[in-house]
Design a protein around this ligand. Structure first.
Ligand SMILES: NC(=O)c1ccc[n+]([C@@H]2O[C@H](COP(=O)([O-])OP(=O)(O)OC[C@H]3O[C@@H](n4cnc5c(N)ncnc54)[C@H](OP(=O)(O)O)[C@@H]3O)[C@@H](O)[C@H]2O)c1
Length: 220
């Protein structure tokens, strides 16, 4: 499958490694330009591109940049993508540590991914946001393995969500349907499921135990 990855850091780099290893045709972009991605390209066989070219022909695009950088992404980011494109959002809002205050999230009380999809002008599927980047490389397991971890996946576009869940299964993880994007506060930072290394049953339970309140340390 043709997959675009925008952001080549901890998460984007490791998704590039695993998805190429599984035989996918991966285009990867960062902010500094494709010439700075030659090492990752040589290691993985991925094609380094500019962010505006990452979605060309892609069935799935992963947006995995710091939240504060989302508004800086080029317009027309998904022009030329395949029909039925699914966009994965891995983002988290860290107002104090990294992102600064994002008024659109805090004043409007929307989920982080709802804000992101408004910036991108395209629906998103929230996945991997609570997954340690290293686990993508180290903790994948075959389907049915008793130690297989599960990841929560939220999104409003059911067809896109199915496509993303199938890809995550291929990557070696179970998934739990975490509802729509308005429900995705259940998997944001500081919730019980965030960073949880557990199977589907425990992940589903943790989602039900979340509280929508944004604690002061997660406010800008
Ligand atoms: N680290 C984790 O374990 C983890 C786990 C789950 C979720 N997340 C979330 O996933 C997102 C990415 O995290 P990360 O740790 O992978 O970030 P990271 O290591 O800091 O990497 C960020 C990447 O985004 C690129 N980028 C920044 N601005 C860009 C722009 N305007 N256009 C194109 N690319 C741009 C950077 O490119 P340059 O280097 O060229 O600037 C870099 O490749 C964050 O929201 C984070 O909270 C992280």
């Amino acid at each position: 499958m043709k997959i675009g990855i925008i952001g080549a850091g901890n998460i984007g780099g490791n998704l590039t490694r695993r998805l190429t290893a599984l035989g996918h045709d991966v285009s990867v972009a960062n902010s500094r330009g494709p010439e700075t991605l030659t090492e990752l390209a040589e290691e993985t066989g991925a094609t380094p591109v500019r962010a505006e070219d990452a979605a060309r022909g892609a069935e799935i695009v992963v947006v995995t940049v710091p939240l504060k950088a989302v508004p800086d992404l080029p317009s027309g980011l998904f022009d030329g993508a395949a029909e039925g494109l699914a966009v994965i959002d891995t983002g988290n809002y860290y107002p104090r540590r990294r992102d600064g205050r994002i008024d659109g999230i805090e004043d409007e009380g929307v989920t982080e991914s709802r804000w992101t999809e408004r910036q991108l002008g395209h629906p998103v599927i929230k996945a991997f946001n609570g997954t340690y980047a290293q686990d993508i490389l180290d903790r994948h397991r075959p389907a049915g393995d008793p130690g297989r971890q599960a990841l929560p996946v939220a999104g409003d576009d059911e067809a896109a969500k199915r496509k993303v869940r199938a890809l995550i299964d291929e990557l070696g993880f179970d998934t739990v349907d975490a509802g729509g994007i308005d429900d995705s506060w259940r998997q944001q930072p500081d919730t019980p499921v965030y960073g949880l290394r557990a199977g589907a049953e425990a992940v589903a339970k943790a989602l039900t135990e979340a509280s929508p309140e944004r604690k002061p340390e997660f406010q800008g």
